[in-house]
Design a binder for this molecule. Structure first.
Ligand SMILES: [Zn+2]
Length: 294
């Protein structure tokens, strides 16, 4: 039987950055789902991250009890010390760029498991000239983290200590998404795996005082925000629904999840734009890209 050899991950846009990527042994950026911009007959894959020249304004849930507060704080401090060049500033909710909130039991439908994160990448300009180069004028400008809160009425002190590691792990994981890593790593241990057991192990070690290292995010922050991985041709008819919306507006914002993506604009009462129906299909077979307007 022939072994099906996967094509080595070598996106053309990252070739100039090989030396930088090699500075982060063990990094798994190839497991990331890139941000996707389907525009004017092209599907552009790119990475998006926060600027590092100023602190990121984060809001942690007011309702957190002292055990939860300690667990969440530990995750924030761990990311500050992970070599990404990031600092966080705690702010009231209206000023937050990264808003962290708990989901109570009746709100957990959307969160499959322990939580979810939406991390929005803003394009300053999506005009033909602005996005023609190796780097889009793009950076993250808002993230929302939602964490499922465990029922803890009956908990003892030991229970609180035990589950603090889990919460630290969940927060480390969701913060990774908020910082620009979408998708999950395959077949490896660590904070970027989908399995909560893995992040819990890391969370416990962090609470015990261990140093936190995450080479994949360090590699992402070694690259410029907006770096284009690849451009692939699609029929102009498939991007037309978005192309018609682009001229004359600032933005748009781009978001990508495990299944679908969004290109959208913000409005006082929410957002509007187009949904990229299947991220997997679009990346494997760009000619089958489907955009649905709201
Ligand atoms: Zn996740």
């Amino acid at each position: 039987m022939l072994a099906a050899c996967a094509t080595p991950w070598d996106p053309p846009g990252l070739r100039p950055h090989r030396a930088e990527l090699q500075r982060h042994p063990g990094q798994r950026l190839f497991d990331a789902t890139p941000y996707l911009l389907p525009v004017r007959g092209e599907l552009i894959e790119f990475f998006c991250r926060w600027p590092t020249d100023r602190p990121l304004r984060i809001h942690l849930p007011q309702s957190a009890n002292r055990h939860e507060r300690r667990a969440l704080d530990a995750a924030v401090v761990a990311w500050e010390s992970a070599g990404l060049g990031l600092r966080f500033e705690r702010v009231p909710r209206p000023q937050a760029e990264i808003d962290v909130a708990f989901l109570e039991a009746d709100q957990t439908l959307r969160a499959e498991g322990t939580g979810f994160t939406l991390a929005d990448c803003r394009l300053a300009d999506a005009g033909p000239a602005a996005i023609a180069g190796p780097r889009l004028p793009a950076q993250l400008d808002r993230a929302r983290i939602r964490i499922v809160r465990r029922e803890q009425d009956e908990w003892s002190e030991e229970d609180h200590a035990y589950f603090a590691g889990e919460l630290t792990g969940v927060m480390l994981h969701e913060l990774a998404h908020a910082l620009g890593f979408q998708g999950h790593t395959q077949f490896v241990d660590g904070i970027l795996a989908r399995d909560t057991k893995r992040s819990t192990r890391v969370g416990r070690r962090i609470l015990a005082g261990e140093v936190f290292r995450e080479p994949t995010l360090a590699a992402l922050y070694g690259l410029p925000s907006g770096v284009v991985l690849s451009r692939r041709g699609v029929s102009i008819a498939r991007t037309e629904v978005l192309d018609r919306l682009l001229p004359g507006r600032p933005g748009p914002w781009v978001r990508v999840g495990d299944r679908s993506g969004r290109v959208f604009w913000r409005a006082p009462k929410g957002e509007w734009g187009v949904t990229l129906v299947s991220v997997t299909t679009a990346r494997r077979q760009p000619e089958r890209l489907v955009l649905l307007p709201d």
